[in-house]
Structure formats: structure tokens, C-alpha cells
Design a protein. Structure first.
Length: 255
């Protein structure tokens, strides 16, 4: 059985990420986001209930951006980050982030207050100036916070580039990954949908481990085969890249 490195509601055809909860208000936000993301699924696929969580999760995706706010423009306060962390801390040992901009650079320090480890994300897109800020901030944070276990340079960057026809090429992304690797002492990777890893062995060679997104219901698969599909993909990647560490970074439940 593969190890699950993260759990989130990120969708491969969306450039924005919006998870987790803040007390009662955040619970309502999460419920609303789930309904919106799963509306199409609800009408064309079987209805299922999410499984109960027993014990702590290995990791969860964390992006404490309130509903109605723009993560690319609006600053997230330390108060909100701390409040969200207090809610999820009993249920996980680690969190994965997607960006270090607009107040999110405070996440590692605040996460340490709750004993949480961090897989730090640097958001990479088509804007060089923003990319530079993300990379430099991630590098500096990793040097000052011992609870940062790894850095993920880009989230579905190549997938979005292929869909939106803008953004870094494979070689551009590899150059950014190698730059970060030279300056930090923690493992460095990027996160991509599983087929991207199979299509780009040169990307596999550039990273310390594979952060893989497997999204069965966005591939049109029913929930009854979702786990088997994830295991099958995991095995395909193991066969393609023997000896390479593989982490399932996103495997969200069906809506």
C-alpha cells in the first residue's frame, strides 16, 4: 500500500487552491467549497460518504485563505493562520503548503507552535518576478525553520502550462528545482499529476522524490475503483522509476 504524503481538494484544471477550516466559520467554508467543486460530479456519479478518520493523518494540504479573498492579492493574517492550525493540529502530523506569498511565509514558524512539520510549497507560474520572490523566500525559510522537511517547487506547473499555454517549460522548471537544491539541505521536488511524471523522465531525474497527484474522479472514475486506481498508478510509477521515492501528495476523496 502506498504511503500518502498529503490530502487536499486541489483540482488539476484549477490554478487556485482553497482548503481547511477555521472554527465553525471555516467548517462552513469547507462545506461550501466541497459543494462547488463536486456539483457536476454529484449529478452524474454515485453518491458516497467520506470515510471516518481514525488517528492522525500523515499530512494534509493547508492553505488558510478565507472565502471571498484572493490568495494572489490579499494578505492572510497570522491570527487566521494560527487559528486554522489550531483546528487541524490534532488530526495531522504535518502540513503541505502551496505558496509563501501574502503572509503565508509565516506558516512554518506558526506551525512549529503546534509541533507540525511542513512541506513548503513555492508557487510557480508565468510571472518571473513572482516566481523569484517565491523561490527566494522558500530558500530563506528552509534555512531558519527546522520543521521544514521538504520544498515543493511548483504545483502542477507543467500541467497548467499545457492547459493554459503559458508558464515555464520542463527545462525552466528543472532549472528552478536545481537552483533550490543547491541552496538548501532538505529534499526538493515539484508536484504534478501522475501522467506528467511518466511523460517526463528528465523531471524525475531532477527531483529528490516524486510528489504525485492522483485524482480518480476527475479522470471520470467511480469511487468504487478509486483506491484500486491509485494503487495501480503507484505501481506503474514504481516500475517506471525503480528506487525513486514516491509520495502521493494529493488523493482527494470524491465529492
Amino acid at each position: 500500500m502506498p504511503s500518502v504524503g498529503g490530502q487536499g481538494q486541489a483540482m488539476p484544471d484549477q490554478a487556485e487552491r482553497l482548503p481547511e477550516m477555521r472554527s465553525v466559520g471555516v467548517v462552513l467554508v469547507v462545506a461550501l467549497a466541497t459543494v462547488l467543486h463536486a456539483a457536476g460530479w454529484f449529478f452524474v456519479h454515485e453518491r458516497v460518504s467520506p470515510p471516518n478518520v481514525v488517528g492522525q493523518l500523515a499530512s494534509v494540504s493547508f492553505s488558510p485563505i478565507s472565502a471571498g479573498r484572493d490568495g494572489e492579492k490579499d494578505v492572510t493574517s497570522e491570527e487566521q493562520i494560527r487559528s486554522d492550525l489550531a483546528v487541524i493540529a490534532p488530526y495531522t502530523r504535518a502540513i503541505r503548503t502551496y505558496s509563501v506569498s501574502n503572509g503565508l511565509d509565516a506558516v512554518p514558524e506558526l506551525a512549529s507552535e503546534f509541533g507540525l512539520h511542513v512541506t513548503l510549497g513555492a508557487w510557480i507560474d508565468a510571472w518571473d518576478e513572482q516566481n523569484e520572490r517565491e523561490i527566494e523566500t522558500a530558500i530563506e525559510l528552509s534555512k531558519h525553520h527546522r520543521n521544514i522537511d521538504s520544498i515543493i517547487v511548483g504545483n502542477e506547473t507543467l500541467y497548467r502550462s499545457s492547459v493554459l499555454h503559458r508558464g515555464p517549460s520542463v527545462q525552466d522548471l528543472i532549472a528552478k528545482i536545481q537552483r533550490v537544491k543547491r541552496q538548501v539541505s532538505v529534499p526538493v521536488t515539484t508536484a504534478e499529476v501522475w501522467n506528467i511524471w511518466l511523460e517526463h523522465p528528465e523531471l524525475v531525474s531532477a527531483v529528490d522524490y516524486l510528489a504525485v497527484h492522483i485524482l480518480p474522479y476527475w479522470e471520470g472514475l467511480p469511487s468504487s475503483v478509486a483506491v484500486d486506481h491509485a494503487i495501480k498508478i503507484y505501481q506503474r510509477l514504481r516500475q517506471a522509476y525503480p528506487g525513486k521515492r514516491i509520495v502521493i501528495a494529493e488523493l482527494p476523496p470524491p465529492g
